[in-house]
Ligand binder design. Structure first.
Ligand code: ATP
Ligand code: MG
Length: 248
């Protein structure tokens, strides 16, 4: 593996169902420390692209490399082990268990199951909870958390696996306005500083997403329409025509 290889690399990825092209020849490199905002109109193929990355769907063409390793044919759990984390729905949380116990379970799962039960470090749990700002709520049953705090717990559970790449598909959806700011702050921390991690996030609220992103990728009808700095992408006439025009 070379130190200069992108953390995540998509090469000419395509996916189609029943002859209908849904992801069309997408190539994109993501480096450690990058926060890539993925935007595009409804049905543009954003979630489908994430499904290809996590292995939920198999591409009809193209390759996916993670830290220089070809993961195109790997099962989802093997990709997760190699460092690809994806946000789940809040139902992945055990409502009757405490916040702490949920993170403990996630840590154990990431470490390979019950064998490591006793070795699960409480320090790790506290660290992850502190990363998402839930330290004060550690003993609360997870079911009693607000939607925003449930999302933070979900993120904490993802962090338990120490992912190199995090895929967040509309993590702010369904979260009350009052909770958006603090959740956004947690998300902003995920690839901050000299982080070795990269984040790809889909979000329809452009103000929020552009505030978080170091780079923006625009999808339109399955294809990557544009990719670059926020300023570049937003000034691109093709983007304005295809996306901004369609969205407003
Ligand atoms: N399993 C599937 N079978 C058939 N069509 C599918 C399947 N999954 C997605 N599609 C279609 O592919 C297109 C892209 O869907 P996708 O969910 O990836 O879009 P999206 O960009 O995530 O949209 P949104 O912003 O609404 O979440 C849509 O037309 C959708 O109906
Ligand atoms: Mg989607």
């Amino acid at each position: 593996m070379t130190g200069t290889a992108p953390l995540l690399s998509m090469r000419r990825l395509s996916w189609s169902v029943g002859g209908m092209s849904i992801v069309d020849d997408v190539s994109l490199d993501v480096a450690a420390g990058e926060f890539v905002g993925v935007i595009g109109p409804n049905g543009a193929g954003k979630t489908s692209l994430f499904n290809l990355l996590t292995g939920l769907c198999k591409p009809v063409a193209g390759r996916i490399m993670l830290a220089g390793r070809d993961i195109t044919g790997l099962a989802p759990h093997r990709r997760a082990r190699l460092g690809l984390g994806r946000s789940f729905q809040a139902s992945a949380i055990f409502a009757s268990m405490t916040v702490h116990a949920n993170v403990q379970l996630a840590l154990q799962a990431a470490a390979g199951g019950l064998r490591s039960l006793r070795r699960t470090s409480d320090d790790r749990i506290l660290h992850v909870l502190s990363d998402v700002g839930l330290s004060m709520l550690a003993t609360r049953p997870a079911g009693l958390l607000s939607h925003g705090d449930k999302r933070k717990l979900e993120i904490a559970m993802l962090l338990a696996a120490a992912p190199a790449v995090l895929l967040l598909d509309e993590p702010l959806a369904g979260v009350a306005t009052a909770d958006i700011d603090s959740l956004t702050e947690v998300i902003a921390g995920l690839a901050a500083g000299d982080s070795a991690r990269a984040v790809l996030m889909v979000e329809h609220d452009l103000d929020v997403l552009l505030g978080l992103s170091t780079r923006v990728a625009v999808m339109h009808q399955g294809a990557l329409l544009a990719d670059g700095s926020t300023a570049e992408v937003m000034a691109d006439p093709a983007v304005q025509r295809a996306y901004l025009g369609a969205a407003t």
